[in-house]
Every structure is written in C-alpha cells, then in structure tokens.
Design a protein around this ligand. Structure first.
Ligand code: CTP
Length: 410
C-alpha cells in the first residue's frame, strides 16, 4: 500500500469494540500504518475476546491499550493520566467497529473504560462506524444514540447491507477497509486548503454508441482522473466526479455523476462548472462519434463496413465560452494525450482551449498514460511555465495538480 500524504505521521486513535467485525479493524490498522499514520489501538474488554492485542501490536508496530487501571502491565497506559496524552495527541479518533453498547456510552457520556474515556477527552474529529446485527441497528435506542452523536458533531458512517454472521441479512456490516480509509481521508482532509471550493473532475474514456451492442471508446481507464478527485477530497474540496470510467470505486466523499458519451459528459460538465472553483478535464473525450446510432444491431454483410463518423463538441471549448460569460469555472485545467511533439502540441492546446494549466502525457511510454498506476507528465501554465514530473504514481500527480490549483486560486 502506497503512502498517503494526508496521513503522514498523523496520530490516529483506533478504538475497537467487541463485534465480529473487529477482525476488519486489524486490516484497517495495518493499512493506516502502511499509509504513514501512527495508529494507537485501544481495545474494549469485549474486543479482546475477538482479536488479541498482540495482533494489533504486530500490524501497527506500536503498543496497544486496553486497560484504564493497571499502569505498567501489558495493555496499560504508560502513566495514570496518559490516556489524556493519547487523546490530546490524536489528529483523529475512529471507533470501528462501534457496538450498540459503546454507542450508548459515547452518546450519554459514560466513561468507564479506556475507549470511552479517550473519546470524551479528544479535541479532534470523531469518526464512528457502527457494526452490529441488522435488528440491533434498527433498534430505536441505537438510532437515537447515533442521531445524538451526529448532532454533537461526530461523523457516523452508515454500515453496509449484507449477510451477518448470524445468517440473517440487513444493514449493519462494517464497510471494507478501502471504504473506511476513504472516510478517514474525507474527515481528515475536510478543513484542507480547498475547503469551501467546488471542484469538477472528469475521468475515463467516453463511449460513443454504434448500435445497441457496440460502441467506440479509447484506452483511458479513468485512473488519473480518479486520483485527482481523491487528492481534491484530501484537500477538503467538494468534489463532483463526472466519470465515463467503469468499475473504479469513486473516492469516498466525492459526488459521482456517471456519463457515457461525449455529449452526456458535455452537459454534465456545463451544468456543474456553473458554480465551481475549478474544472479538471482528465477524461479522454472522443473526438468523433458515429453519425447515426443504429436502432437495430448491425448485421454483417459485405467484407467492408463503412461507418461514417462526425465530430463531437469540444467540451473545453464550450467551457471557455461559458467562462467568458460567467467567470466560472474560476480555473480550468486540461490534459493532453500526445504521441509526438509533446510540448509544442500541448502548448497549442493550452492557448486554444483557454486553460490555466495543462498536464501533458506522452502516451507512447508503457509505464505512463493509459491503464497503469504510474505517469510521467509535463505541466504547462499560461505564464509559459514548464514543469517536468518524472515517473511517479498517479496519486502523486493528482496531489501535484491539486496543489497547483490551490496556488492558482489564491
Ligand atoms: N477534450 C474536450 N472535448 C473533446 C476532446 C477533448 O474537452 N471533445 C479535452 C480533454 O479532456 C483534454 C483536452 O481537451 O483535457 C485535450 O484532449 P486531447 O484528446 O489531448 O486533445 P484534442 O483536443 O482532442 O486534440 P487532438 O485529439 O487533435 O490531439
């Protein structure tokens, strides 16, 4: 798992309660640690019946706390008031899984074990992920406690639907690690540099229908656009991700608008940029579409098939026109996919499309551009600035783009 800049050296108190889902908290502690966070795990007595402190200690590489009282013994805090130290140092406290019992304690101010004492003493965001059998989660007492905690500023994660260990089905499952990590990023980033800014990001290759079965598309998978959207969430932006990509999970906290053709993307972009701070057009938009879409499946007949194509509208050109009228989006960022004369072609696009920043990819390299997790780009800005970024992760390029937008917005 790659390091996550937002989580670097951040102190996260992970409170784990006695739910069958406690085993999932091991993976969460592990992934958070790999991402660069310092994870202090606090177990309730019931949690230790499901997973041993040693397991958490092994994945976090840090002491695990469970006992409020017995200073000096394993699982105890280094001193009698160290729980306050743990609470004060925390950048985030996540309670995952949170049982009905712990929810009740936190909602009503009971502080009779280490987890509930720390939750009371923190001065950082509190993220709570309830997990229990569906009937329990539906119970009015549990609902009330969740609502009470929400009103008091805690961030409650809706559990997922599915099958429980009891064999019953319903809502009450702890979300998988990736989703939990996404929630942690959303909460940790919410006061970031782009808080209060709406960012529109497009991603993926559009699909232009030929007939009910077939379409024309391109090699874009959406990975770079999704990485930009995640970096924008990390920076606290309100993110609208207009995506033609299939099968990628949207960053938690981003609003996903699914589109398919260039035309549907154009409409979604124009509607969404109207009140936005920035647009990042990372999508690979088709330049041509079939002139007509056959209502019936096209049958094979001759050896050759001629498929007349016609130009699609250029979305960035339409944005440029709208921006000239309204002033929005305040910043426009484009991408350029080039197989030759990278800088010359890219700088033409920067000018003609009226962009503030253009990220140019050489799509001929195997380790950059489409479908891979790495990229190598040149960033050009309207002041003639040219910045080369050597091979790195798409996440790092996403963070770079967001940093540049932050600078442009200032
Ligand atoms: N773009 C757009 N609308 C289109 C085609 C592209 O808004 N119909 C955007 C892309 O999202 C990208 C930028 O324009 O941000 C450049 O896309 P690219 O495919 O590199 O260039 P084109 O403008 O399509 O020019 P060409 O294909 O001739 O290189």
């Amino acid at each position: 798992m790659e390091a996550i800049a937002l989580l670097q050296d951040k102190r996260i108190v992970l409170g784990v309660c006695g739910s069958i889902a406690a085993y999932k908290a091991v993976d969460l502690a592990s992934k958070l640690t790999q991402a660069g966070a310092r994870v202090d795990v606090v177990l309730t007595a019931a949690a230790q019946r499901f997973v041993s402190p040693l397991t958490f200690q092994a994945v976090s590489g840090r002491p695990v706390y469970s006992d409020l009282w017995s200073a000096g013994s394993p699982g105890a805090l280094p001193s009698h008031i160290a729980h306050i130290g743990l609470a004060e140092a925390a950048d985030l406290m996540a309670v995952a899984p949170a049982t009905a019992n712990t929810l009740a304690k936190l909602a009503h101010g009971f502080a009779d074990d280490l987890l509930s004492v720390i939750a009371m003493a923190i001065d950082c965001p509190l993220l709570i992920a309830p997990a229990m059998d569906g009937k329990m989660y539906e119970n009015p007492a549990v609902r009330d406690n969740c609502e009470r905690l929400r009103q008091r500023g805690a961030d409650l994660i809706e559990p997922e639907a599915g099958r429980f260990a009891s064999g019953l089905s319903g809502i009450g499952r702890l979300p998988e690690t990736d989703s939990m990590l996404g929630h942690i990023r959303r909460v940790m980033g919410r006061d970031g540099e782009l808080a209060g800014h709406k960012l529109v990001v497009t991603a993926g290759g559009t699909r232009e229908s030929i007939d009910p079965v077939r379409f024309i598309t391109n090699r874009s998978t959406g990975k770079q656009g999704y990485a930009i959207a995640q970096a924008a969430v990390d920076a606290g932006a309100d993110v609208v991700l207009i995506s033609a990509a299939a099968g990628l999970p949207a960053p938690v906290g981003a609003t996903l608008v699914a589109v398919d053709s260039a035309e549907s993307m154009r409409q979604a972009v124009l509607a969404n940029v109207a009140d936005s701070s920035a647009l990042v057009m990372a999508a690979a938009v088709a330049d041509y579409r079939p002139r007509t879409v056959s209502e019936q499946k096209i049958k094979k007949s001759d050896d050759n098939l001629n498929l007349p194509l016609t130009r699609t509208a250029d979305i960035l050109m339409a944005v440029k026109a709208q921006r000239a009228q309204t002033g929005y989006p305040m910043i426009a960022v484009g991408f350029a996919a080039e197989s030759e004369n990278l800088v010359e072609n890219a700088s033409d696009k920067l000018q003609s499309k009226g962009l503030d920043l253009l990220i140019a990819n050489d799509i001929t390299a195997a380790d950059a551009g489409f479908a891979v997790d790495t990229n190598r780009v040149v960033a050009l800005d309207m002041d003639g600035g040219l910045h080369q970024i050597d091979l790195t992760s798409k996440a790092a390029i996403g963070a770079y783009v967001i940093e540049r937008i932050g600078g442009l917005l200032q």
